[in-house]
Ligand binder design. Sequence first.
Ligand SMILES: Nc1ncnc2c1ncn2[C@@H]1O[C@H](COP(=O)(O)OP(=O)(O)OP(=O)(O)O)[C@@H](O)[C@H]1O
Ligand SMILES: [Mg+2]
Length: 225
Amino acid sequence: MTALDNVSTELPYGTFTAVMGPSGSGKSTFLHCASGLEKPDTGTVEIGDQPLGGLSEKALTLLRRERVGFVFQGFNLLPALTAEQNITLPVRLAGSRLRLDRDWLDHLIQYTGLMERRRHRPDELSGGQQQRVAIARALIGRPEVVFADEPTGALDTTTGRAVLQLLRGLVDEVGQTVVMVTHDPVAASYADAVLLLEDGRITEALRSPTAEVIAERLARLGDRR
Ligand SMILES: Nc1ncnc2c1ncn2[C@@H]1O[C@H](COP(=O)(O)OP(=O)(O)OP(=O)(O)O)[C@@H](O)[C@H]1O
Ligand SMILES: [Mg+2]
């Protein structure tokens, strides 16, 4: 079967893109292909000026570690490590290829509001705090692009909004590139562009839409099915 069909899009540096669509429409597959976690059967993916197609598994692993940040819905934190150790893990895994920038670490911890929690382990943190640790971890290596699959899906409204403001702020203040899958029109309205996926195709691209417009377009997708 075809999970993604003829998808062609550019995600400009320094922009925040939301990917929406019904369950099974290919959102996670899109994110995995765009980030080099999965290889499309046909077609090409480039990060910056680097085509991913010709890279070996080892080169892909290094590229994902050094140039891409991931925020998974399940957080994927290591339970035995403190918040700070979880955040710095990608840098330590990269060995001599990445250097831990202490000032950036302190900035991220402050920015994510985790100052009082840096020595706590994940089971001593709330869901929102764990999500913020996962976001700081995705950013520690100053990746060219951050991919987030439903980063607010498990959070209450208030904590979810704080996470969205954090992502929006990174785009506005340091020119971070962010790609986020979400089911929530309000979450998607924080983005500069919203891509609507339907049966593996991008059927619509909305520029700076309001939550109301997004909700209305999503409802229309539902009606056509
Ligand atoms: N590795 C895979 N091999 C084959 N088919 C897959 C694979 N992963 C997902 N699919 C199928 O591809 C389609 C798109 O799946 P995907 O996980 O991208 O959907 P999604 O939009 O993220 O849905 P959800 O909102 O439920 O997370 C689905 O029909 C799914 O069953
Ligand atoms: Mg998914």
